[in-house]
Write a protein that binds this ligand. Structure first.
Ligand code: DC
Length: 256
């Protein structure tokens, strides 16, 4: 187990693929401990969103890194909702982009910009600045391997591709029925018109493309740290996962 340098707040790193439940677990854990929360995926989504809106070539690493360096991104906590992937509200240059970064068409650009080393480098200090007392729960793909290698507890949360696609479908449905503030985008309207099986297959296919890119990129790939505890949530409820995580938290003497 690593120990944080004296005077530096403890970190719990939660890494894993989308749909593993890590966003929900991270927000619940941060609330339970009274710690700060970093949803690092939101930062990559913001860069993907800005690139998409400005019609930028996703191969233009320098311009993408400039976006990552210059965008004024604020992540604010909101009450946790179990079906939502994250309990944070995202402001970019004072505009609320929370819904926009979660749109289906932002997923692939976000994953593509996340594979650009200069973007990752530019976002590193932004992420590390979240480390403040009394502690930080950091949710992402490389929290335990690259951003906070000295995290006191590293958890790699995973689940089968099927289970993850089902959860993602449920999140989309919940968003549609919760009277989400916005109208569905073009690609979401196409998905809504699909029969449920076809929709699940489409989500699974898109998730697999994204996961494969996240896993195989040369820089900071989605990978369990050697000292991470892996939890497979395929057959577990969020409450089961939380119980397992809280047991590890207590075992390491973390939190209050
Ligand atoms: O967790 P998410 O779906 O919001 O992440 C959006 C994208 O950013 C996804 O393709 C993975 C990538 N990402 C990353 O490369 N490193 C992180 N620490 C967090 C997310």
């Amino acid at each position: 187990m690593s120990t944080a340098p004296a005077g530096v707040a403890d970190v719990i790193a939660l890494d894993g693929p989308g749909g593993s439940g890590k966003g929900t677990v991270a927000s619940r854990l941060a609330s339970a401990l009274g710690w700060h929360l970093l949803d690092s995926g939101a930062l990559y989504r913001v860069v993907g969103l800005i690139a998409l809106r400005s019609g930028l070539d996703l191969g233009d690493a320098e311009s993408l890194a400039a976006i990552a360096r210059n965008a004024r991104i604020e992540l604010k906590r909101a009450p946790a909702v179990d079906s939502a992937p994250s309990s944070i509200v995202v402001f970019v240059d004072d505009i609320d982009e929370t819904d926009a970064i979660r749109r289906a068409e932002v997923e692939q650009p976000a994953s593509r910009v996340a594979a650009v080393p200069a973007v990752r480098e530019a976002l590193l200090p932004t992420q590390q600045a979240f480390r403040n007392p009394p502690g930080l729960v950091a949710d992402g793909r490389d929290m335990g391997t690259v951003v906070f290698p000295d995290a006191r507890l590293k958890i790699f949360l995973t689940a089968s591709a099927d289970a993850r696609a089902r959860r993602r479908l449920r999140q989309l449905k919940d968003r549609r029925t919760s009277g989400s503030l916005r109208a569905p985008s073009g690609s979401e309207r196409e998905q809504i018109a699909m029969p449920a099986d076809a929709e699940l297959a489409a989500i699974r296919a898109s998730t697999e493309v994204r996961d494969e890119r996240d896993r195989s990129r040369p820089v900071s790939p989605l990978l369990a740290a050697p000292d991470a505890v892996t939890i497979d949530s395929t057959e577990m409820s969020i409450d089961d996962v939380m119980a397992a995580v809280m047991a590890l938290v207590r075992e390491r003497g973390l939190g209050r």
